[in-house]
Design a protein around this ligand. Sequence first.
Ligand SMILES: Cc1ncc(COP(=O)(O)O)c(C=O)c1O
Length: 463
Amino acid sequence: MNSAELLDATPHALQDAAKDHLWMYFARHGQYKTNDVPMIVRGEGCYIYDENDRKIFDGLAGLFTCQIGHGRKELGEAAKTQSDKLSFFPLWGYAHPMAAALAERLADLAPGDLNRVFFTSGGGEAVETAWKLAKNYYKMVGKPTKYKVISRALSYHGTSQGALSITGIPFAKSAFEPLVPGTHKVPNTNFYRAPEHVKHDEKEFGIWAANRIEEAILLEGPETVAAVFLEPVQNSGGCFPPPPGYLDRVREICTKHDVLFVADETITAFGRIGETFAVNRYGVQPDMITCAKGLTSGYAPMGAMIASEKLFEPFNQDTNMFAHGSTFGGHPVAAAVAMKNLDIMENEKINEHVRENESKFRKTLEKLYDLPIVGNIRGEGYFYGIELVKDKETGESFSPQESEKILRGFISKALYEGGIYCRTDDRGDPVIQLAPSLIAEQVHFDESEEKIRKVLLQAQKMY
Ligand SMILES: Cc1ncc(COP(=O)(O)O)c(C=O)c1O
């Protein structure tokens, strides 16, 4: 079959094509010997439709990505206009108008002097770029021994070997060890699982957690540490917002020890937390931001690393250069899509919409607290995690075997079959993660709560 025939083929033929030839990410392929591959065919607003035209609520905006919802024709039109004019040109010593205009726009939106935009094809590549820049910068300014990175337990920063080294999820890393040397992990900001001595005061907990970063810098030797990488609200583990004072303290520590503060905003940027960049909400100034996903609402692949003037300066002298780049970074079609996406977000006041509705979203999800299996609901903006527990009183979690049976074996499938696509994650304690498109309203919050409730009521009978 040629590609036109295949795309018009029956769902059955497409299932065979997927089973026989497609290698999906982080997928247990063995299950597809006996089960169908979930196949998503189209999207509209907050919903996706499968191969049988079943309507499913997209509770994850694809993958924390589709900010303005599915099926917006303007983005495809912007892509076509740009493709007709200049379909491709690389940024290797040349510019094109869309990359220049988008760089200026992002520099305007980013806080303080974060004025230099290095485009990538996605978030992991932006993280990779940020680490390389940190190492290269310190070599340029006469501190060549600074190369190490501090990041947080359970954090996810991408799958390439550098970004994976920064990642704090042992399961994602173990098959690929040894990875890039020089990364060290500190506690994240999961207040629900705070150590006993700081468990009653969120602020105290935040300062304690930030001080673990300083401790790691001192243990490694400040003369060896180049950067701290963290998400303003950490996704993996189930949505950990920064406790009050935490990010300020991290900034203070980084400045004190001449360590770069990199905010990985791959998920949190472009409205997810109600601001273009989440660091603006928390009033903290990083040295670099990495971003991707919502930049184009997923209508084209694109990411960026945004650096401060200070970091660019050594590369702006004589014959110096940052010897790094890729063919597709800053692709003109992706840049045109990003520009249109930012226009739409601005014209339709998407950030304001998130800020106005986030507490309604939270309150709706908090109705689930009446279920014994729901231990903690946390998050900010349109970004929530629901932690599931075996014993609500003590906070006891499920064992890995129970989690396999209940979370992966039942909840995950039952949610999808029940008409909601969202993530169940057991990389830390088991959580359900919700991050719908940023156009979602009360009706969608209600639908999420009802569908999750139905499944959890059944899950509670399994232990
Ligand atoms: C915080 C964070 N950083 C980096 C990445 C990697 O981005 P990508 O999959 O675009 O490479 C992700 C992906 O989910 C992420 O959540």
